[in-house]
Design a binder for this molecule. Structure first.
Ligand code: LRH
Ligand code: MN
Length: 432
């Protein structure tokens, strides 16, 4: 079994050699095409090379559903091994330098050692994620009927304390944000007082907000349903925005693409949150039905493009307070998580590049003239342009691989992990 470290720069350089000539030809050809549209390809490549997305630590293990989980070979067994896999993703894509941790899933008694381990792998930490949607062994009070909005003040206090623990862990790791997603809600009409539940949410999150360091942000993540199946306290962007505005200037709204009813116009929500100066960031993934947590751009790539179109519009307009944190939040049930996360990060870069090459001057003229068809065609031309050479060139410019999946597979990394990471793998039904 031959093995090469896919994180090694020399390995990546040698893996790129057979692809370099074709890339150069394709890049030049696309450059000529874009030049005809008045677009300098190197400007786009530079912008794409600066695009960053965080990896969810819970995404490098095989995901599952309530019906079961089918672990793949060489699963990471702890947060230190998760970071080693995250480093493979970053070295090959050159686009994912940070990891978003989830506590207590990533709990360790030495966060400083974890920070050093990450730094040695060339990684940092993005937003911390708290978890008051599961009960932990030995936890005094259950979250069965809610957490930050539970009718029992003692349960709310326990949930607030956990979030504050996440902040102190994050401070040791150099994180600058806390994402708060709670599953609190009701399964039946009458089960909870919809207004008072929201008031309890504001009261609890205000205590968490007070514990935020000056340079931190708090991301409020809305979700239409699951685990609650009738009403969810922070069910939509409206509830999230009301909460952020009530809490203060460090509170922002996080948009998880899978947390909306089918056909909801998510790019419109993005435009409104940009206007409200409360767009905190994203959990990118894709879905066809519910919160399927599938690979970004795998089901609705045009919708992903339209979201990035709003981000580029905001960027060009120098929208105030516009600093979205990009994160993936996916569950890899049937693919190698490393391959899915690499290709998903690249699909985000693709949507960004497609949005950057839209001829905005021409689009504006057609809009003003209400030339509807040409306006729609001009926007779509960005989406229908194959920007793959730009994406590959951006990776090479940052020491990444022209073909990350091939480089990863040829390295034998997964087989080696299967060898070096024996041990029990839980088959039970859960997402991680
Ligand atoms: C909830 C969610 C949230 C995470 C969890 C893993 O569905 O999107 O962001 O805490 O997934
Ligand atoms: Mn999410």
């Amino acid at each position: 079994m031959s093995f090469a470290d896919p994180r090694d720069a020399n390995y990546i350089a040698s893996a790129n050699k057979p692809h370099a000539a074709v890339l150069a030809t394709d890049y030049t050809a696309l450059g000529v095409q874009l030049q005809r549209r008045g677009i300098a390809i190197d400007d786009i490549t530079r912008a794409v090379a600066n695009f960053r997305v965080a990896i969810p630590s819970w995404g490098v293990g095989t995901g599952g559903t309530r019906f079961g989980r089918f672990p793949g070979p060489g699963e990471p067994r702890n947060v230190f091994e998760k970071l080693e896999d995250c480093a493979v993703i970053h070295k090959l894509t050159a686009a994912t330098p940070t990891v978003s941790l989830h506590l207590p899933w990533d709990k360790t008694d030495d966060f400083t050692a974890l920070r050093e381990h990450a730094a040695a792998l060339g990684l940092g930490f993005d937003a911390m994620n708290s978890n008051t949607f599961q009960d932990q062994v030995g936890q005094p009070l259950s979250y069965k009927y809610g957490s930050l909005t539970h009718t029992d003040a003692a349960v709310r206090a326990q949930a607030v304390a956990h979030n504050i623990d996440c902040i102190s862990a994050g401070k040791k790791l150099g994180s600058k944000a806390l994402t708060v997603w709670i599953g609190d809600g009701a399964n039946f009409p009458g089960q909870s007082h919809l207004g008072r539940a929201f008031e309890r949410y504001l009261e609890s999150t205000a205590s968490i907000y007070k514990a935020l360091p000056e340079d931190w942000r708090m991301f409020i993540e809305h979700k239409m349903y699951e685990p609650a199946f009738y009403a969810t306290v922070i069910q939509d962007w409206g509830s999230s925005l009301m909460a952020a505005q009530a809490l203060g200037p460090k509170a922002f709204c996080l948009v998880d693409l899978g947390h909306h009813a089918p056909n909801v116009n998510i790019e419109m929500i993005v435009a409104r949150l940009v206007h409200a100066q409360r767009l905190g960031g994203f959990h990118f993934n894709d879905s066809k039905y519910g919160d399927d947590d599938l690979d970004a751009g795998s089901i609705e790539p045009f919708r992903l493009f339209l979201v990035f179109n709003e981000l580029v519009e905001a960027e060009l307009a120098k929208a105030p307070n516009f600093r979205p944190a990009h994160m993936l939040d996916q569950s890899h049930n049937v693919t190698d998580p490393i391959e899915s996360l690499m290709t998903s990060a690249i699909e985000l870069q693709r949507a960004y590049a497609q949005a950057l090459i839209v001829e905005r001057g021409r689009l504006h003229e057609y809009r003003i003239a209400n030339d509807v068809l040409m306006a729609a065609q001009t926007l779509k031309r960005g989406f229908t342009t194959d920007v793959s050479p730009i994406l590959a060139q951006a990776r090479v410019a940052r020491g990444g691989a022209i073909d990350p999946v091939a480089a990863y597979r040829d390295s034998g990394y997964r087989a080696r992990c299967a060898h070096s990471r024996p041990g029990k793998q839980s088959l039970g039904g859960s997402i991680v």
